[in-house]
Design a protein around this ligand. Structure first.
Ligand code: PMP
Length: 419
């Protein structure tokens, strides 16, 4: 093919494409926080595969383990049979993640994607409680398959299903009421009142930071009150940590800071550490109630992903160096974004950790900044119901110099739009 030739994509690929419309070039190489197009242009990646590349592209330590694994005749595909690579992963996840946090979760390998982890959570919640409904929140994003879409609070995305989705309730997300305290009285009353017509649900599913929904971050007190409400009514609390987890907001799990302990946790995106498909559904041991065969799938045993996942945990979660970098780079990012906010009345800082951005008062500003950033060599995504938020999500391993380089481009792009 010739340089940046997109003809076959236009002719043959489904029109259901989104990112390529924003970045109309053909990428060929990637390393660390940089991505390179076929025409030789270099881009700084402030997007990180929608959160799937928390340790950057092709991290050398992870690559070494992957190449070694692939070079031998090791098992690649294994359904849910026991393998050496899976044993290593489970042991490491228990030793480095669960034990130090005093968490006791049974691990399900629900399939390759985040939506698989969410579907598994919803199904097991209904099975264990015998109840039907699930409460989710305005602007939530939990996935695109029918169950996860049913709890996604975005009407444009829901319209893709064409027909009504199964019965769920949508409740307002944290700062909807701009309150100082968490106010769950409405849900508390309706669940207590048999005549309300709203049955007590099986579960509540929540993101601690709404990655796709506009970077709104739940306050810790709100999450604690939500957990208390769920416990009062024996409703299961599911935290969807697919995007906010694996260190993105500062600690391995995004809910650690709030001191809550969800009944079910969904992880995917960066759990393999290398951008390979993998997901986990963690559940309190007593929720592990399926009979063998009641829930299964072909791609639950992607061993190369177990190998890179194990290497990622050992490389980044055996000490606190990564957490320190996330804290320092988050601070640097917030300072940088204030340079943009200062140029736009009504612009607001949103998010937590390295899942932070700026919400603009007019819908088209973020999209125009994104396009201007692309021209200047920076990949950055928008977020929010109207795409009104610029979302900065670099690798957690990004250095101070790389962050400054990206921020300078972003501020320049924003200035070109805001004047
Ligand atoms: N939950 C959340 C919070 C997400 O951000 C996403 C993906 N953006 C998903 C679920 C779905 O994950 P996947 O695209 O891998 O199915």
């Amino acid at each position: 093919s010739t340089t940046s030739d997109t003809t076959i994509f236009e002719e043959r690929e489904s029109q259901v494409r989104s990112y390529c419309r924003e970045w109309p070039t053909v990428f060929s190489k990637a390393q660390g926080v940089y991505q390179y197009a076929e025409d030789g242009r270099r881009y700084i990646d402030f997007f990180s595969g929608a959160g799937a590349l928390n340790y950057g592209h092709n991290h050398p330590e992870l690559k070494k383990h992957l190449v070694e694994y692939l070079t031998g005749d090791n098992v690649v595909h294994s359904l849910d049979t026991y393998t050496v690579a899976k044993r290593e992963f489970l042991q490491t996840f228990q030793d480095l993640i669960l034990k130090p946090r005093d968490l006791d979760y049974t691990v399900q390998f629900p399939g390759p994607t985040g939506t698989n982890a969410v579907e598994t959570a919803l199904k097991i919640a209904r099975k264990c409680t015998g109840r039907l409904d699930v409460v989710s929140f305005t602007n939530a994003f939990h996935g695109m398959s029918l169950g996860s879409l049913a709890v996604t609070g975005n009407s444009m995305k829901r319209a893709g299903a064409g027909t009504p989705l199964y019965h769920t309730n949508t409740a307002p997300y944290d700062d909807y009421f701009d309150g100082e305290t968490a106010d769950f009285m409405w849900l508390d009353r309706t669940w207590s009142d048999g005549g309300s017509g709203l049955d007590t649900p099986a579960a509540v599913i929540v993101e601690t930071v709404q990655g796709e929904g506009g970077l709104k971050a739940a306050r810790n007190v709100w999450l604690r009150e939500l957990q208390a409400l769920c416990r009062r009514h024996n409703v299961l609390l599911i935290v969807d940590d697919v995007q906010a987890g694996c260190g993105r907001t500062g600690q391995f799990f995004s809910f650690e800071e709030a001191g809550i302990e969800p009944d079910i946790v969904c992880l995917s995106k960066s759990i393999s550490g290398y951008g390979l498909p993998m997901s986990l559904t963690l559940m309190r041991p007593e929720l592990d109630q399926w009979e063998p065969g009641e829930h299964n799938g072909t791609f639950r045993g992607h061993n190369p992903a177990f190998v890179t996942a194990t290497a990622a945990l050992k490389t980044f979660w055996a000490d606190d160096a990564l957490e320190q970098n996330i804290a320092a780079r988050s601070e640097q990012l917030r300072e940088g974004l204030h340079r943009i906010i200062a140029r736009c009345d009504g612009a607001l800082l949103r998010g937590r950790g390295l899942l932070t951005g700026v919400a603009f008062p007019e819908d088209d500003i973020a999209g125009r900044i994104q396009a201007a950033a692309f021209e200047r060599g920076l990949l950055i995504e928008t977020s929010g119901p109207k795409g009104e938020v610029i979302k900065v999500m670099p690798a957690l391993t990004i250095t101070e110099t790389e962050m400054e380089e990206g921020l300078e481009i972003l501020v320049d792009a924003a200035s070109s739009v805001l004047g």
